[in-house]
Design a protein around this ligand. Structure first.
Ligand SMILES: C[S@@+](CC[C@H](N)C(=O)[O-])C[C@H]1O[C@@H](n2cnc3c(N)ncnc32)[C@H](O)[C@@H]1O
Length: 266
């Protein structure tokens, strides 16, 4: 039985220093047992990508050690740039891309998407993985708390930006949350779409024995922030959370950066 769901009793202080983040502890905590949070998020992403027009570039921000959020995107985009702050998370994702021995298995997630796409006879899990691996072209450093979040990436106007549990999950400060959101949004081209998920009203979340701090985001604050940053919400859905977790559900949404947006990174 997994007991790690609870915010660790051994630490009452939440970490902001991500050098204490363990990719394997995170995968174990959130991606080893299929649960209702996975069910919700994978269905949400399937629905969104199903109706999306084909796009050229997708930027993933703060992708962590995970690739499940990109499975449904694989047939709608040509190139995926995977931005992540920690080298050890980028190594984990590179390990999956290169099908290295010991890489984390996302097969349960691929199987679920296969069923959602009703492709059981036309397409195998192997083909799905091959397509995603080919499109996952760049795995690069990214820091949304810096003025230049992606110094090694010349492209700064992506057709699509995907960010799940990042700007609210790396700080307890409202000012840093808003600044992070501004940088995330500024990386989408004007008129571009952002597909995002957030923890709802959480001040910390567990990764193994370590608790990381979060900004306690409400739906009202999220709507206000997106409006102030020139974004229009096109679709929003509320996801469940295991009652033993230290957050009260999740919010997933699709938002569009306004065509006339002149947002600048600061
Ligand atoms: C809660 S995890 C989310 C991981 C993944 N997106 C998911 O959906 O499971 C937060 C991620 O943000 C990354 N992160 C931490 N500080 C960051 C920063 N300043 N800029 C961008 N990402 C950061 C962490 O390394 C971690 O991978």
């Amino acid at each position: 039985m997994k007991t790690a769901h609870n915010v660790s009793q051994q630490s009452t202080l939440a970490e902001t220093d991500f050098s204490h983040f363990s990719p394997r502890a995170y995968l174990d905590e959130y991606h080893c047992d299929w649960d209702e949070e996975d069910e919700f998020l994978m269905a949400f992403l399937h629905d969104v990508y199903q109706y999306l027009d084909p796009q050229r570039t997708l930027l993933e921000i703060g992708g962590g050690p995970t690739i499940h959020q990109l499975i449904s995107a694989r047939n709608k985009v040509e190139t995926i740039v995977f931005g992540e702050y920690l080298k050890k998370n980028r190594v984990e994702v590179k390990g999956w891309r290169e099908a290295r021995k010991g890489a984390f298995s996302w097969d349960v997630y691929f199987e679920h998407v296969l069923k959602l796409e009703r492709r059981s006879h036309e397409q195998s899990i192997l083909e799905m993985k091959k397509t995603l691996r080919q499109k996952l072209r760049f795995i690069v450093p990214c820091n949304i708390l810096e003025a230049r979040p992606m110094p090694f990436m010349p492209v700064r106007n992506f057709d699509l930006v995907s960010v799940h549990f990042c700007p609210e999950s790396i700080t307890s400060q409202e000012s840093e949350f808003v600044a992070g959101m501004r940088r995330v949004i500024s990386l989408a081209k004007p008129g571009g779409l952002l597909i995002m998920s957030f923890l709802k009203e959480s001040s910390m979340y567990a990764v193994g024995k370590t608790n990381f701090c979060a900004f306690p985001l409400t739906e009202a604050k999220l709507k206000q922030t997106l409006a102030a940053l020139d974004c229009e919400i096109l679709h929003m859905a509320h996801g469940p959370a295991d009652p033993t977790r230290n957050y009260f559900g999740t919010i997933s949404l699709v938002t569009q950066r306004r065509c006339a947006s002149a947002l600048r990174v600061v």
